[in-house]
Design a protein around this ligand. Structure first.
Ligand code: C2G
Length: 453
């Protein structure tokens, strides 16, 4: 008798799950299915699981394909189960290719092709529809997005748009998507939400088109390069009752949310200063950041990160903002310091594409300071420091994978109306304030470059 074993969360049970179980069963005579506990999912970073463990088990049993259902609750259990149940073949979908090769020591490992896209026809819970998402752009961010999306329940990435059809096709093939197109209207017709991962200057235009088409929008940062554009986008979203979110990933990361609420509850006294840095020496010069003299440079690229804690802690009511930059010959800023004066507080942002600095976040108050070490934008912990260093405290938080799963999970929850609270992680006024700073920076850069000539 050939025994096959497979595992999964099986949330919002759909035909992708069904087809996987059916093909797994066909590989042998006896099928064992491991269903994950909430605790295990939480620890491996799977977010937004809707159905209870009991329901998920019931849905697997109802297929009639499983000869035995077991519960998976810890790392390393797969090895134990394979030995305990004498499994001959371990099966998982192709989104996991390579990840479980270590099991080859114990049995045969087979990855079956994932079902591309899933409709909600098999759903028991009609109130949570699987969100069909399309990606605009097939560049660096889009590539990082797909593996992260597999950790967010209730979401299916269906297709991709790129104005070069061959690039779109390549992307769809690599990521097992249903379709690729160079016609954005076609993509809009086939999905109910989009992720806009195009170069900065197209964010506003495509976000507007998508919202007008009735789609929820998760837009890469900066959402817009003008205050009026950001305001307009949020107005359309409000009018049409759609979710519009700016994808500044740190805003949705558990560590950042934790330090924000601790600081706001007074652990370091009154906040007097925020200093945030994000610099990188880019290895290649043949990239948008260096070549796009209109919208490239360090501030438009990394300023959304450094502005986030400044605006989160001190608000948008600064008295003045001043910029000092070093420019490349073509006019892009290689390094920029932005100084904010709030009257009763100060803030500095440092961004660079060819100057390297310590990538830390320092929030100073009347009773101490919070230090988030580099890379603070992917926070795994922070330290609260006081005058008396014996009273210092360290906090550890999780930042799993590439971290994009947190913003994606919040996006899905916002669409389903299941997220806790309103848009507290990144409010519309905060996104609008960031767009206003971008606008001021671009005006300032233009003026200084004109003076230089
Ligand atoms: N699956 C699929 N097609 C889809 C969606 C999922 O073939 N469109 C497959 C997955 O590849 C997996 C199974 O269905 O083999 C269960 O998927 P999930 O419920 O998303 O669980 P997952 O997070 O993949 O569990 O120990 C847990 C496992 O390691 C992974």
């Amino acid at each position: 008798m050939v025994k096959v074993i497979t595992y999964g969360t099986f949330d919002l049970f759909h035909e992708g799950h069904y087809r996987l179980l059916k093909r797994a069963k066909a590989l042998g005579d006896y099928l064992i299915v491991g269903v994950t506990t909430e605790y295990f999912d939480e620890n491996r970073g799977k977010l937004n699981v809707v159905d209870s463990l009991m329901d998920r088990i019931k849905h697997v049993q109802e297929t009639g394909l499983a000869d035995k259902v077991i519960i998976e609750d810890h790392v390393g259990q797969k090895i134990e189960d394979i030995q305990k149940y004498h499994a001959d073949i371990f099966v998982l979908g192709s989104d996991w290719v390579g990840k479980f090769d270590y099991l080859k020591e114990y049995c045969k490992v087979v990855y079956l092709e994932r079902t591309r896209g899933v409709s909600s026809t098999m759903l028991r819970r009609q109130n949570y529809e699987i969100i069909r998402l399309g990606i605009l752009g097939a560049g660096r961010i889009a590539h990082r997005f797909i593996p992260e999306s597999h950790f967010v329940s209730g979401l299916s990435i269906e297709g991709v748009y790129n104005h070069h059809l061959d690039k779109a096709k390549q992307f769809a093939k690599e990521n097992e998507l249903i379709f690729a197109t160079d016609n954005v209207e076609e993509l809009f017709d086939r999905v109910n939400a989009v992720n806009i991962a195009l170069p900065h200057e197209y964010h506003y235009e495509y976000a507007k088109k998508a919202l007008e088409h009735g789609l929820h929008v998760l837009c890469e940062k900066p959402l817009a390069l003008k205050k009026s554009e950001a305001e307009e986008l949020f107005e359309i979203a409000k009018e049409k009752n759609l979710v519009l979110m700016e994808a500044v990933k740190t805003a949705y990361a558990p560590g950042f949310i934790r330090l924000l609420s601790m600081a706001k509850s007074g652990v370091i006294g009154t906040i007097m200063d925020v200093e945030a840095a994000f610099t990188r020496i880019l290895p290649e010069h043949n990239v948008r950041e260096f070549n796009d003299y209109e919208y490239g440079g360090s501030f438009t690229e990394y300023g959304s990160y450094t502005l986030l804690p400044i605006i989160k802690f001190l608000g948008a009511d600064y008295k003045s903002v001043k910029f000092r930059s070093f420019y490349d010959e073509n006019g892009v800023d290689l390094y920029t310091k932005a100084y904010f004066d709030y009257g009763k507080a100060l803030a500095t942002s440092k961004t660079g594409i060819s100057v390297k600095s310590e990538g830390q976040l320092l929030v100073s108050g009347t009773n101490g300071y919070i230090l988030v070490p580099s890379p603070w934008w992917k926070p795994e912990g922070f330290e609260i420091c006081r005058e008396d260093p014996t009273k210092n405290e360290k906090f550890y938080t999780r930042y799993l994978g590439d971290g994009l799963r947190y913003e994606l999970a919040d996006f899905v929850a916002a669409i389903n109306g299941t997220r806790d609270g309103e848009d507290f992680k990144l409010k519309r006024e905060e996104s609008i304030a960031m767009a206003e700073v971008m606008e001021k920076f671009l005006e300032d850069r233009k003026q200084k470059l004109a003076e230089r000539k």
